[in-house]
Design a protein around this ligand. Sequence first.
Ligand SMILES: *Cc1c(COP(=O)(O)O)cnc(C)c1O
Length: 396
Amino acid sequence: MSKHHLNTRLLHIDSAEFDPQTGIAPVSLPAIRTSTVRFKNLDVLDQAMVRRSQGERVVSYGIAGLDTHRALEEVITTLEGGTYCLLNPSGLASIHLAFMSILKSGDHVLVSDNVYGPVRVMHETLLKKLNIEVTYFSAAHPDPAALIRPNTRLMYVESPGSLLMEMLDLPRLAKIARAHNLVLAIDNTWGAGMLYQPLALGADISVIAGTKYINGHSDVMLGAIVTNREDLARQIHTTQYAVGNSVSADDIWLALRGVKTMAVRLEHHARSALQVCEFLDSHPMVSRIYFPAWEKDPGHALWKRDCLGSNGLLSVSLNCKPEQAKAFVNALELFGIGFSWGGFESLVQWVGPAALEPHSYWQEPGKALIRLHIGLENVEDLVQDLTQALDKIEVS
Ligand SMILES: *Cc1c(COP(=O)(O)O)cnc(C)c1O
């Protein structure tokens, strides 16, 4: 199988087994729901426990799931080029689990200042209580190694970053992390394993919100942690067991179904997003486009070097005050107002100044920032919708 391209392998990973009697099988695996697992006799149970102690994925209870879960773990490790995958009930639950697995009270973490906002909430509400210190750093920091302390254990980053799609030089950060014995973990929700492969670029842990492009249909909450390091996989697995995270087989099944079309969806999202960039670039209301696949984005060179493709997520700053851009958002007809992205549909988010303030990459104070998810609608319809909505802005 590994001789084929990733998008081919993705379609053939988890077909259902043929019935040994009839030689017939459906294409898709069923959703195997379970809490209780039964053993034929105590010998079978003993053998299962021995196999598990040797590191095999042997199930004795429903919490980690059966074949349906195993199939999605295989899909995600294949995508990410990883060895171990742990599924979680949401992307944020995965981030939390990664932090809790690696850190103990008294430790220090370096976090890129472009991270997904709720990471800061986790810091304020949980990490502070556990006496875990956080230093936020800019990707443009000339010497991030200078921020490392004797108790620094983890470097946690996002590339491209949330809201402004800031590209990080991940191989450079990986070199620093390795030299100082830090674990390097990254949020790879943007890349979804297909557009960006952080483990190959030097990260130890990749975290994905499967809620976004993996599932792709805006109807499932899901997360995953992937690593190649057995020691980290063990730590994460032990912590997962201790906190009791579990994902329903029905949600896993929906994600398995959704991910089959991810490669074609991403290509369509990316193509349309570039067309939207071309339109926006020529519009007098537009100040700047934040989209690393767009050749005028300052992250374009890093994107070209490190990414394998792009998607439908972009931000745009407008030549008006944030408040004045609300008329634009309200006038959009095809873009739903919503916080998420990665589904089939177009979405818009009005990003307030308070959310941008912690991002050192934000250099346009006073301007409006709008995040768009370019969905799978006909792109001419989307451009028309953006055109009419931009006309509604009244600049005073
Ligand atoms: C949405 C998102 C998450 C969180 O995923 P949930 O499944 O909604 O918890 C994490 N990181 C990034 C970059 C996201 O956009």
